[in-house]
Design a protein around this ligand. Structure first.
Ligand code: CP
Ligand code: NVA
Length: 303
C-alpha cells in the first residue's frame, strides 16, 4: 500500500521518528545511504517556489534518485487534462509525486488517482513538509518539544493550519494569534484540539498579541498575503500590523524565545528587520531543515 503525506495528520503515528530520522540524515549528510537509486520524483508546481523546489531536488539527488521539475503551465493540465488522468499517467513513469497546488481538493484528487506516494508541497489548506522542518528546528533549539509554547502571529493560513496539527502531535501548546476575520480553518482547529486533548497539550486562538506571546518559547509568522490570495497590501496592513514579530512582542516572551518564519519574508511587514536578522532568529536553520525533513519523508515513503 502506498503512503501519502497530504496533511500533517498523515504523520500522526510516526512524526517523532520522522524528526529523528531527519536529524540523523542531517548529521550524516554526505555519507548516508542512497536508497533511492534509479527512482524519480515528479514535482508539479502550480505556484512559485524557491525552498521547496530546490530542497526536494537536492534531497532526491543526495538519496541517489532524481527530482523532475514540472511547471503546471507547461503541462497538459494547463490545457484542460484532468488532474486524475495526470496522476494515472505519471504513476506509470515515476516513483513519487510532489505537488504544490492552489487547491486542497485538487491535491486530494491527485492522491486518490495516483498509485505512487503523493507529497503535499503546499496547498491552500496545509504545508506539511514545512512543519516537519520547523519541528526539527525547534527540537534543535530546545531538545524536547513537549511542554513548549509556540505562538503563530498573522494570517490564519496553510502554515498556521499545519502548525496547529504538528504542535498538537508533539505535545506543544500553541496559540494561533490572528485577527478575528483571519482565524485558521475551523475544521483543522477542531482536529488539532482533538489530538491535543489526547497528548495533554492545548491549541487555542487569541486575537491579542501581547497576551498571546506572554512566556512563549517560539514566535512564528508568515507572509500576510499568501500566493493565490487577492487581499491588497493596504488591507493586509490594516488587519495585521499589530501582529508583526518585533521587540515589543519579544519583550513579553520567554528569555530563550526563538523567532521563526517559513520564508519568503517581508521585513517591515509581518516581521521587523531586527527580529528577522537578530540573534534569536532561526529562520535560515528552518530553511535548511526543509532538506533534511524532506529526505526523511522521501526515505520513508519511496524506499
Ligand atoms: N517556505 C516555502 O515553502 O518556501 P518556497 O515557497 O520558496 O518553496
Ligand atoms: N502562506 C504562504 C506560504 C509560502 C511558503 C503561501 O501560501 O504563499
Amino acid at each position: 500500500m502506498k503512503r501519502d503525506v497530504i496533511s500533517v495528520l498523515d504523520m500522526r503515528d510516526d512524526i517523532e521518528q520522522l524528526i529523528d530520522l531527519a536529524a540523523k540524515l542531517k548529521r550524516e549528510r554526505g555519507h548516508h545511504e542512497k536508497p533511492l537509486d534509479g527512482k524519480t520524483l515528479a514535482m508539479i508546481f502550480e505556484k512559485s517556489s524557491t525552498r521547496t523546489r530546490v530542497s526536494f531536488e537536492v534531497a532526491m539527488t543526495e538519496l541517489g534518485g532524481r527530482g523532475m521539475y514540472l511547471s503546471s503551465n507547461d503541462m497538459q493540465i494547463g490545457r484542460g487534462e484532468t488532474i486524475s488522468d495526470t496522476a494515472k499517467v505519471l504513476s506509470r513513469f515515476v516513483h513519487g509525486i510532489m505537488y504544490r497546488a492552489f487547491r486542497n481538493d485538487m491535491m486530494k484528487e491527485l492522491a486518490a488517482s495516483a498509485t505512487v506516494p503523493v507529497i503535499n508541497g503546499l496547498d491552500d489548506l496545509e504545508h506539511p513538509c514545512q512543519i516537519l522542518a520547523d519541528l526539527l528546528t525547534v527540537k534543535e533549539a530546545f531538545q524536547d518539544l513537549a511542554g513548549l509554547k509556540m505562538v503563530y502571529l498573522g494570517d490564519g493560513n496553510n502554515v498556521c493550519n499545519s502548525l496547529m496539527l504538528g504542535t498538537a502531535l508533539t505535545g506543544m501548546d500553541m496559540v494561533a494569534c490572528c485577527p478575528e476575520e483571519r482565524m485558521p480553518d475551523p475544521k483543522v482547529l477542531e482536529e488539532a484540539q482533538a489530538v491535543a486533548s489526547l497528548r495533554g497539550c492545548s491549541i487555542t486562538q487569541d486575537s491579542d498579541p501581547l497576551r498571546a506571546c506572554h512566556g512563549a518559547h517560539v514566535l512564528y509568522t508568515d507572509v500576510w498575503v499568501s500566493m493565490g490570495d487577492s487581499m491588497s497590501l493596504q488591507e493586509a496592513q490594516s488587519l495585521f500590523s499589530d501582529y508583526q514579530i518585533n521587540q515589543r512582542l519579544l519583550d513579553v516572551a520567554d528569555g530563550r524565545c526563538i523567532v521563526m518564519h517559513c520564508l519568503p519574508a517581508h521585513r517591515g511587514e509581518e516581521i521587523s528587520a531586527e527580529a528577522m536578522d537578530g540573534e534569536r532568529s532561526v529562520v535560515f536553520d528552518q530553511a535548511e531543515n526543509r532538506l533534511h525533513a524532506q529526505k526523511a519523508i522521501l526515505w520513508t515513503l519511496l524506499r
